[in-house]
Design a protein around this ligand. Structure first.
Ligand SMILES: [Zn+2]
Length: 255
């Protein structure tokens, strides 16, 4: 059985409240070595850490998503720092910029993003970055506050090959998930072809972004194998071990 990892899940979300245990059993049986459960705000990050302490194959990331940045409580950086001391916490994220929905004003998104980038540097943790319709601003911020010695991932990468190369050159992995299987997404397949297996890690972003065969349904960690199969197809041989190695080195996880 192919061994794979899901570096971006939200199993703490309410979408999983009725069958979370089954879903966790299923991914363990299906060859998913481990899952990184990503926080989107303070409360959600706390929950993510709680779950990671309950299940051996779940790790946690803590951070404030750009959508949530306008509601960050005072002292949130101290809370994140405290949470990060838990031994199952492997990254700061998801953090970033999202101008597609602009649920928070741009200036606040940029401030909260920058503050958390600096925190990650101070804590010597990698970063999980969310960017939507804001590649230029995000790149400029990352370039000016870098280098990030512990590295990071541009999660659910959704720009073209030119941007892909720029972020890879800055030292980031690209997070590839369900969208690479979508019929019309030739642009993302071209990105995978061009950056190659050494610059990619795999993810689901579940409950969102299921692979093509489950579109319209809830996504879950076990489905990450469809993403790996597609990446193998694009590259032309089995790169699953390399994809696991990339993730494990980035997040310092040994399973
Ligand atoms: Zn996410």
């Amino acid at each position: 059985m192919m061994k794979v990892v899901d570096t971006h899940a939200h199993l703490q979300m309410k979408h999983f409240e009725n069958d979370r245990e089954e879903i966790i059993e299923r991914f363990e049986k299906d060859g998913i070595l481990y899952v990184i459960n990503v926080g989107i705000n303070i409360e959600d990050s706390q929950l993510s850490v709680e779950f990671s302490n309950k299940y051996s194959k779940i790790f946690a990331s803590v951070g404030v998503h750009p959508h949530e940045s306008k509601d960050t409580p005072k002292g949130y950086l101290e809370v994140l720092e405290k949470l990060s001391k838990n031994q199952k916490v492997v990254a700061i994220g998801e953090i970033g910029l999202d101008y597609f929905r602009n649920f928070s004003p741009k200036e606040i998104q940029q401030k909260v993003f920058t503050e958390q980038l600096l925190l990650a540097k101070e804590l010597e943790l990698p970063v999980i970055i969310h960017i939507r319709d804001a590649y230029e601003d995000a790149f400029n911020i990352l370039e000016s506050f870098g280098p990030f010695e512990k590295g990071g991932v541009i999660h659910s990468f959704s720009a073209d090959s030119d941007w892909a190369l720029k972020f890879v050159k800055l030292g980031f992995f690209l997070g590839i998930g369900g969208p690479v299987t979508y019929k019309k997404n030739e642009v993302l397949r071209e990105v995978v072809r061009m950056v190659g297996e050494n610059n990619i890690i795999t993810e689901t972003d579940c409950p969102y972004l299921p692979p093509q065969i489950f579109r319209g349904k809830r996504n879950e960690p076990a489905y990450v194998k469809y993403v790996v199969e597609k990446i193998n197809d694009i590259i032309g041989y089995d790169v699953s071990e390399i994809l696991v190695k990339n993730a494990s080195e980035l997040f310092g996880v040994n399973v």
